[in-house]
Design a protein around this ligand. Structure first.
Ligand code: PLP
Length: 389
């Protein structure tokens, strides 16, 4: 049978993730040091795992309310109010999802009619453009640059707004660049969103992982913005809970209600065991988050220092756990550079173009791996670039 004619146009139009392609090459090779996958090297803190174990012991294995356990939503409401300075009603303005991944998908599907334009800043997380296309939207990227610290500038955003623009997707700190949004930029972006009546989908998954004195500000907390924002957050990164697959969306009740319709039919609810573990994370996890954050901070500083010292220009990212060095001077495409690095040194990093065309000429190195591995990877990279020049 010719299956190509059986697959939907929307799905056929979407490429496979560039990260997946690259990492299939690495699978099963124990000798490789991976700076690739964007996932904490820490196991989930023990007290959180224990809460999951106890929930099984107690036979808590049922469905939950579609929106998620009310107890969890209450704790999310308190956490979001303390951390992001935005208040959401646990009864109607919070939906617990299967990771931020599901929350992105159901937000877009709830908001878009075919052909609506969704603007996002690039380089960006690999799922954004495909998620927009699969929700029948039109993906419109705005390139950000290393010179601007990969922040989104309002004048660049203004250039791409059209009468069809419906949603703006933001992600600060950004995967893959680690960029954070200066408050002044956020204010200008907020003004534009109000003027053009855009809904903002703000993916704040790395918001705890900001280093130094800078405080995280969510665009949802700016005047007039709560009513037009869907704030997405989750447990994968700061709490090292990727495998629990738990996230949440906070938004005005009519938007949550629309998202809930998709969630209840497609997913029913997020797993109860993960929800119980998440209650423990919010109740007692702050110290563990701080310890992991401290480790990421040291690794970031070390990696950026080593890369710059070996002549690979690398800006200091404000957050997340990625550095995004510029490898253009070596005269190779990102893919060529990453492949050569892998073949010659057994160090795996992701070619920047996996995160959109404006990532070409860069490499994403994730520092959510042990300091020993990072040191060894940097030593190998140093020899590699010495041989190149
Ligand atoms: N958003 C961003 C920016 C990410 O980097 C990731 C994962 O890497 C996700 C969302 C997906 O997170 P989750 O594990 O909560 O689905």
């Amino acid at each position: 049978m010719d299956y190509t004619s059986k697959i939907s146009t929307q799905v056929a139009a979407v490429p496979r993730s560039g990260i997946r392609d690259f990492f299939e090459l690495v699978q099963g090779r124990d000798d490789v040091i991976s700076l690739g996958v964007g996932e904490p090297d820490f196991a989930t803190p023990w007290h959180i795992r224990e809460a999951a174990i106890y929930s099984l012991e107690k036979g808590q294995t049922s469905y939950t309310s579609n929106l998620g356990l009310l107890d969890l939503r209450k704790r999310i409401s308190t956490y979001v109010s303390d951390f992001f300075k935005v208040d959401y009603d646990p009864a109607s303005e919070i939906l617990v999802s299967v990771g931020v991944s599901e929350a992105i998908d159901i937000s877009l599907r709830a908001l878009l009619n075919p052909g609506d334009e969704v603007i996002y800043h690039e380089p960006c997380y690999v799922s954004y453009s495909p998620s927009i296309v699969m929700a029948h939207g039109t993906a419109v990227s705005v390139a950000t640059s290393a010179e601007d610290g990969f922040a989104l500038k309002a004048d660049k955003l203004a250039e791409v707004i059209t009468p069809k623009s419906r949603v703006l997707m933001l992600n600060f700190p950004t995967n893959p660049t680690g960029a954070i949004a200066p408050l002044e930029d956020l204010k200008e972006i907020a003004e534009l969103c109000i003027r053009h009546d855009l809904i903002v989908l703000t993916d704040e998954i790395y918001s705890e992982l900001i280093y130094g004195d800078t405080e995280h500000v969510s665009i949802a907390s700016l005047p007039g913005m709560k009513e037009r924002c869907i704030l997405l957050h989750g447990f994968s990164k700061a709490f090292a809970m990727t495998g629990f697959r738990l996230g949440y969306a906070c938004a005005p009740a009519p938007l949550i209600e629309a998202m809930m319709k998709i969630h209840q039919y497609a997913m029913l609810c997020a797993p109860i065991i993960s929800q119980i573990a998440a209650i423990e994370a919010l109740e007692n996890g702050a110290k563990s988050v701080e310890i992991m954050k401290q480790a990421y901070h040291e690794r970031r500083d070390y990696m950026v220092r080593r890369l710059n010292a070996m002549g690979i220009h690398c800006h200091l990212p404000g957050g997340a756990f990625y550095v995004f060095p510029d490898i253009k001077k070596f005269g190779m495409s990102s893919k060529e550079f990453a492949m050569k690095l892998l073949e010659e040194t057994d160090v795996a990093a992701v070619p920047g173009d996996a995160f959109g065309a404006s990532g070409e000429g860069f490499l994403r190195c994730c520092y959510a791996t042990s300091m020993d591995q990072i040191k060894e990877a940097m030593n190998r990279m140093e020899n590699f670039v010495n041989d190149l020049s």
